[in-house]
Design a protein around this ligand. Structure first.
Ligand code: B12
Length: 456
């Protein structure tokens, strides 16, 4: 068969005022250009698990949700989609279906709404795709009737058994960065988190040598590649993390990843991360004050506990030459109208090199969604296209939806203004300089700092 892997591209936001404003905010423009240019690791991973004997190609839908004409020349099209562009993906699936092309859909959204997806796709996959994908391909080849495949029926995905994603299918597409996975899942269970709904809260590391193998393969194709680790929480296991960094050092690459704040307690790891080329680390702080974070992480109340030490922990990380992209969620149930000013002041106080602000978003399948729906607080149920992290689709507890929107506009304008950004970054470099004077051994130059990376 001819099999096409079709990724949805670009970033999404619908709020017209935010779009208008967003396009004028330097921070946002800079970031959206960067984050819009990542290939779909999910599809490249599936491709690598396709049984031999098929012809494979990778495509991207345009940012306006239209599919390239070439996909119609295939027997099976595998579409990967998140919630925000699900309706565009369904429309593509409908068009393909009408044209007699079989469609398989998977990914975070359809994994929690499989019946909804089954109205558009022949084959719907719930969960991680690698082990179940050969069965989907076989079903399509046999012209089998539509069905929902559940990954759990095909055994757990063992990271050590994962083949190398088919990076070669990207050919010469103009990406400026590439994703590699070093681990899957996160031990914490934040009520809003959309990633853990599929991965079930387990944390699985890949063997270090496999990560190195994938990176080397990517470097053979693009020698100057910048890497983003598409992990949920990279350095949960610090011993493994140190080993990973040690093995990355000789490669001389630059990379970005996501972690929880516990890395601040391991200065050996921080030094190794810096030497291994870590340029920025994204940390979900969610809110500046512990009291605002009570109960957010459902297992151990981890975020509230950590927040007591946020300031010192963030400074420790940045003083090791790793810039932090501190992420805040606006509109938590504990937030009042003061939150916008509080975030601004906290970001300056640290000072955070990069800041990301998003609105609380109830992604389907999350405990947050279930709770807000039960409380009658989802404004337009089923409007998955509003799951962009920028649009507001729920009734906040201590403000109106409009106050949240306006608060975000105002905070965004101040936070991303050239003045505020430069002030934070100047202070970052001043602290870094100071540290290099007092800790001259093992420190490196700030070359490469100042780049902006994917945060959503
Ligand atoms: C890299 C990334 C991106 C890249 C995606 C590139 C791409 N085309 O895939 C870019 C920068 C484009 C992006 C954009 C957005 N993103 Co993003 N992104 C991520 C990130 C960091 C990693 C995703 C990843 O690569 N995972 C690794 C791969 C291997 O896993 P996977 O994709 O889930 O694939 C597996 C399974 O799902 C399944 N599978 C997937 N597709 C298919 C298809 C078939 C046919 C089958 C059988 C199986 C299958 O098999 C795969 C292997 O097991 C996650 C956070 C995270 N840690 O997961 C957020 C995340 C996925 N993003 C999110 C969001 C909200 C967005 C945006 C809406 C933001 C915005 N406002 O624009 C946009 C979406 C618009 C769009 N066009 O995609 C949310 C999605 C939640 C949800 N339910 O929708 C996440 C979880 C982050 C968060 N804050 O919650 N993102």
């Amino acid at each position: 068969m001819k099999i096409a892997f079709l990724a949805m591209s670009g970033i999404r936001a619908h709020d017209p005022k935010l779009l208008k404003l967003g396009l004028t905010l330097p921070g946002f423009v800079q970031r959206s250009k960067v984050i819009a240019s990542l290939p779909s690791l999910g599809l490249l991973s599936l491709a690598s698990c396709t049984p031999p004997g098929h012809e494979l190609r990778y495509f991207e839908a345009d940012a306006d949700g239209t599919e390239p004409a070439e996909v119609y020349a295939n027997d099976l099209v595998a579409i990967s989609t998140f919630s925000a562009q699900i309706f565009e993906a369904y429309a593509i699936a409908d068009r393909l279906h009408k044209a007699g092309v079989k469609v398989a859909m998977g990914g975070l959204h359809v994994s929690v709404c499989p019946e909804e997806a089954a109205a558009h796709a022949d084959y719907v996959v719930v969960g991680e795709g690698e082990r179940v994908w050969p069965a989907v391909v076989a079903a399509a080849a046999a012209d089998a009737s539509p069905q929902i495949f559940r990954a759990v029926d095909y055994g757990p995905v063992v990271p050590a058994e994962l083949p190398m994603p088919r990076y070669d299918l990207l050919e010469n597409r103009p990406y400026n960065r590439f994703t590699v996975q070093t681990s899957r899942g996160c031990p914490w269970r934040c009520d809003f988190c959309a990633s853990s709904v599929m991965l079930g809260g387990s944390y699985r590391r890949r063997p270090v040598e496999h990560v190195i193998r994938d990176i080397q393969a990517m470097l053979a194709l693009r020698p100057d590649a910048f890497f983003e680790f598409a992990d949920d929480n990279t350095f949960v296991d610090k011993t493994w993390g140190r080993e990973l960094c040690r093995r990355l050092i000789p490669l001389g690459i630059r990379w970005f990843t996501e972690s929880d704040i516990s890395i601040s307690q391991d200065t050996t790891l921080l030094n190794l991360m810096r030497q291994a080329g870590c340029r920025q680390i994204l940390i979900g702080l969610e809110s500046p004050a512990p009291i605002q974070l009570e109960g957010l992480e459902l297992r151990h109340n981890a975020k509230a506990r950590w927040a007591h030490n946020y300031l010192e922990a963030l400074r420790t990380i940045q003083d090791h030459g790793i810039t932090v992209n501190g992420c805040f969620i606006l509109g938590l149930d504990t937030h009042t109208l003061q939150i916008f000013q509080q975030v601004l002041e906290f970001a300056e106080q640290v000072p955070l090199f990069e800041v990301q602000i998003t609105n609380l978003t109830a992604f389907p399948g999350t405990p947050l969604y279930v709770r807000l729906l039960a409380e009658g607080r989802i404004l337009q149920p089923g409007r998955w296209d509003l799951c962009t992290l920028f649009d507001v689709n729920y009734q906040p507890r201590h403000m109106t939806p409009d106050q949240l929107r306006e608060g975000m506009y105002g905070l965004g304008q101040r936070l991303y203004s050239a003045e505020c950004t430069n002030r934070r970054r100047r202070e970052f470099f001043r602290r870094r300089q100071l540290r290099r004077q007092t800790h001259p051994v093992g420190t490196t130059t700030p070359e490469g700092l100042g780049e902006s990376h994917h945060g959503i």
